[in-house]
Design a protein around this ligand. Structure first.
Ligand code: FES
Ligand SMILES: [Fe+2]
Length: 448
């Protein structure tokens, strides 16, 4: 990286680091080429990045191409049932060995000189090996695997760094909250259909910060969705409580709980609630899930989730779905969004179809919520691209002064993190940028 680019990155990182005191974010972070390149190395080259769900690879030989930053990996299940995350690049001259986005295969054969790999990445065929490469040991020339691959409750993550914290250490106490979704039923969450993906002109951080707890935008950005009656005020009859939860080992989220004690469980109908049990949750987790109307959050760096009930038409019944998002940067101010829809494994096929339909009409490329959100997020990237942007700071000061934002005591809230009795604090987003600044700094130190 050139000296000018390096000093631009250093300036932005040190400004973001002060955000906990200033509540200000340099607007340029949403569209800056030097910063984008540094993020690819320092964040996406080291952090635990979500790749996909084990349930997507239902049979041996199933595979999907999945990005980690600007790299493409083959996410595959081999004949023995083991999962691999392999760099999509032939060991001979480097060309892509897999050219279909998904499928089922026993082998990947390179289109150039036909080196052939089995679905565990082993090199099993070289044309004219005896004459062309008599001394080559195929064991040394299998596909490169991502250096570290681990999963948590069916979610598979990879890290491109050889060393660093384990996935368990990285997620830390955030699993206390993730469990309320992933362990809600005995069978856990199952992916419905294939993930939608679309490339759009906003920065990956806009989506990640928003899902970590930007409740402030909901009533304004999505006002039309409320006006036409596509939201269901589940459990609101007796009132509800909003809580922002920040600093959960570097991750953050927000949730809304019904006041009364009747089982809400994100609005699942009785036919699905039948399968909910407390066997895999603590009493505290179970009781919070029971009163939950909505939860959403972001596991740093770029995996977000949302558990919500919505409608696809005012007159239809709501359906609940669990959404997993991945915000993969594809350029400065440009992101490929990946969008998985999930439901409890035990739910009926009919329910799963309905949940998928409601999710696609609300949270997807054509979904009304995403149409709305993109207006705000694209506008940030556009403004950030101007030369004047270097003078501009975005405001994240909500709840920075102790005043209105009360942090709950340990005896009021059983879970980890800094928990507020309101959702009008931007401490969730300041948490995201704190992790961002740490990652951008730690990796830089490692280089030295
Ligand atoms: S580049 Fe793949 S076989 Fe030559
Ligand atoms: Fe939104």
């Amino acid at each position: 990286m050139s000296g000018a680019k390096q000093s631009q990155v250093d300036k932005l990182v040190s400004n973001v680091r002060k955000m906990d005191e200033t509540g200000l974010l340099p607007l340029e972070v949403y569209n800056d080429r030097a910063l984008h390149e540094a993020e690819l190395e320092r964040i996406f080259g080291t952090a635990w990045v979500f790749v996909g769900c084990e349930s997507e690879l239902s049979a041996p030989g199933d595979y999907f191409l999945r990005p980690i930053g600007n790299n493409t990996f083959i996410f595959a299940r081999d004949e023995a049932g083991d999962i691999h995350v392999m760099y999509n690049s032939c060991r001979h001259r480097g060309t892509e060995v897999c050219r279909a986005e998904q499928g089922n295969t026993t082998h990947f054969r390179c289109p150039y000189h036909s080196w052939t790999y089995d679905n565990s990445g082993d090199l099993v065929g070289l044309p004219q090996k005896d004459k062309a490469y008599p001394d080559l040991d195929p064991d040394d020339w299998g596909l490169h695997e991502a250096p570290r691959v681990e999963s948590y409750e069916g979610l598979v993550f990879a890290s491109l760094a050889d060393n660093g914290p384990s996935l368990e250490e990285h997620l830390g106490d955030f699993t206390w909250y993730l469990d309320m979704h992933l362990k809600l039923t005995e069978g856990g969450m199952e992916v419905l259909g294939e993930p939608q993906r679309w490339v759009t002109d906003f920065d990956w951080k806009s989506g990640a910060e928003n899902f970590s707890g930007d409740s402030y935008h909901t009533q304004s950005t999505h006002s039309s969705v409320f006006e036409v009656g596509l939201t269901e005020n589940l459990g609101a009859a007796g009132g509800s409580h909003h809580h922002d939860i920040s600093h959960v080992d570097g991750h953050a989220m927000t949730l809304r709980l019904a006041e009364e004690d009747k089982p809400i469980f994100f609005g699942y109908p009785d036919e699905v609630q039948t399968y909910i049990d407390d066997a895999r949750l603590s009493d505290d987790q179970y009781n919070i899930a029971k009163r939950s109307i909505i939860q959403d959050g972001t596991a740093f760096p770029n995996m977000s989730f949302l558990h919500i009930a919505l409608k696809d038409a005012a007159e239809s019944d709501p359906a609940t779905f669990f959404l997993i998002r991945k915000w993969n940067p594809t350029g400065p101010g440009q992101t490929e969004v990946w969008n998985w829809v999930l439901a409890p494994t035990e739910a009926s096929e009919e329910y799963k179809r309905r949940a998928y339909k409601v999710a696609v009409s609300t949270f997807s490329a054509s979904g009304n919520f995403d149409q709305d959100d993109a207006v705000g997020w694209r506008g940030m990237a556009t403004s950030a691209n101007g030369t004047f942007a270097e003078k501009v700071k975005a405001n994240f000061q909500q709840g920075l002064e102790a005043g209105d934002a009360r942090v709950m005591d340990d005896d009021e809230w059983p879970g980890p993190g800094r928990v507020y009795d309101t959702n009008l604090v931007e401490d969730t987003i300041r948490t995201f940028y704190g992790s961002w600044a740490d990652a951008m700094t730690e990796a830089e130190n490692d280089d030295n």
